[in-house]
Design a protein. Structure first.
Length: 234
């Protein structure tokens, strides 16, 4: 009985995909016919039509890939789980590991001798490093084991820096996964030399390690109270 339900679900989903593919093919033919019969159409319209054709072609390729997976015996539940894992990966909700770097920033040890704003690590140093790492192709970043996602905030709150709603104190350990040579170039271009000057003048700590394996923890799922998905057709 379970096998019949599974096969019925697969056939049903495959039928829907085939139907969607048929509609896309009709749309593609319609766009092509429109271009042939309206030769006097302005250049912007031709560009728009080409973009629409490309979008339809991409959607067609995606559907064909899904159909190949079904033909190879991949169940609907397996495919849905794979897509869910990919979405969670892109959202930073899964712990990841890979080659990368570890940066440690700390306040100066000369604070007791002389009070100076340059003796401290400020939030702008951290945000500058994060932006440089993203620009250098980072696939995942964490600060003091706080995963950096699209919802992450970094700002000064008195004697500490707030990250993901949590109070963080120095030293600040920044880890990133990606191509380490790209990281070095991006950091040198944006902020690293500036931090080197502060280290020489005021004694702040700035270290960088290249590691074969870095572990980045999973981020937290955001609780949406006011936002909801836009329904199709509205």
């Amino acid at each position: 009985m379970k096998l019949e339900k599974r096969e019925g679900s697969l056939l049903g989903l495959a039928a829907i995909l085939l139907g969607f593919l048929f509609v896309i093919l009709l749309k593609t033919q319609g766009v092509a016919g429109s271009i042939l019969t309206q030769q006097e159409t302005a250049v912007p319209s031709l560009i728009q039509s080409e973009q629409e054709n490309q979008q339809l072609s991409d959607e067609n390729s995606k559907i064909q890939q899904e159909l190949v997976k079904y033909a190879q015996g991949q169940s609907a539940s397996d495919l849905a789980n794979q897509q869910l894992q990919e979405a969670k990966m892109n959202a930073g909700l899964i712990a990841v590991t890979g080659p990368g770097i570890r940066i440690i920033l700390d306040d100066s040890k000369n604070i007791a001798k002389e009070v100076n704003e340059n003796n401290y690590i400020h939030e702008q140093y951290i945000t500058a490093i994060l932006n440089a790492l993203w620009n250098g192709g980072a696939e995942a970043i964490a600060v003091n084991d706080q995963r950096v996602t699209t919802n992450t905030e970094v700002f000064c709150a008195g004697s500490y820096i707030q990250i993901n709603g949590s109070r963080q104190m120095p030293p600040y350990v920044i880890q990133a996964i990606g191509e380490t040579s790209h990281f070095s170039s991006a950091l040198d271009f944006y902020v690293w030399h500036r931090l080197a000057d502060l280290q020489k003048q005021y004694g702040i700590t700035r270290t960088l390690e290249v590691l074969d394996k870095v572990v980045i923890p999973a981020g937290k799922l955001r609780d949406y109270q006011y936002s909801e998905p836009v329904k199709e057709g509205t």
